[in-house]
Design a protein around this ligand. Structure first.
Ligand code: SF4
Ligand code: SF4
Length: 208
């Protein structure tokens, strides 16, 4: 099927009509992270516990999922190996079996993020495409190794959310309608699989 006729293309075109860009929505959080880095407060010596099953339960909205997905496609990382890894993460941590009432989950399950590479590399996702919650979680003192002095910058996260609330609500609603999705947030690997299933991208097909 020509690219112009695919749902992926329609989503791409739709995203270009949004007033607030992927970068705008992350700017304040990235600047805060950069400020900490200039002060020598960064994650380079840490084993990355916040990205593993020890502490990570990151969920993404449809919009955040699309941001991540477009980034992965641009980097040529959308392939059957990644899809298998996403499935394995979902199955291993039972991310598709979280009890809830359809509006909210009763529990949050932790999982090791499929984009976590361990060691000094840590996260393999650009800060301009990461979920907001990942960007807002930072150390507060140098040479953290186990995340003992790391927290979410809730004030900044709430300020960001308030600033873009209407725009993001509108963007999420349009994306949900286009994709035929009924959830607002899911654990990141599951959210990616759900969106990818709708987009039917040829490079992500797993041979039977
Ligand atoms: S996207 Fe990056 S920062 Fe966020 S949980 Fe995954 S590895 Fe960690
Ligand atoms: S935010 Fe904290 S726990 Fe997470 S990688 Fe950085 S130093 Fe480690």
């Amino acid at each position: 099927m020509p690219l112009e006729e695919t749902l992926f293309h329609r989503i791409n075109v739709l995203q270009k009509t949004f007033d607030v860009s992927t970068k705008d929505r992350r700017e304040a959080l990235v600047h805060e992270m950069e400020k900490l880095e200039r002060q020598g407060v960064d994650c380079r010596q840490c084993r990355g516990v916040c990205c593993t099953f020890v502490a990570n339960s990151m969920q993404t909205t449809v919009l955040e999922t699309i941001d991540l997905l477009f980034y992965l496609r641009q980097e040529n990382r959308l392939n059957p190996d990644l899809i298998k890894q996403l499935h394995q993460t979902v199955t291993h941590y039972r991310l598709d079996r979280i009890p809830g009432d359809g509006q909210r989950d009763y529990i949050r399950r932790t999982y090791t993020c499929p984009f976590f590479q361990g060691g000094p590399v840590g996260c393999s996702i650009s800060r301009w495409a990461k979920p907001y919650g990942c960007l807002g979680f930072n150390p507060h003192s140098p040479r953290q190794t186990e995340g003992g002095d790391c927290t979410s910058h809730t004030v900044l996260l709430e300020q960001r959310e308030a600033l873009y609330f209407e725009e993001e609500r509108c963007q999420n609603r349009k994306l949900q309608q286009q994709l035929g999705l009924f959830w607002t947030k899911l654990p990141m690997p599951l959210a990616l699989l759900e969106v990818l299933q709708k987009l039917e991208l040829p490079e992500t097909k797993i041979e039977a």
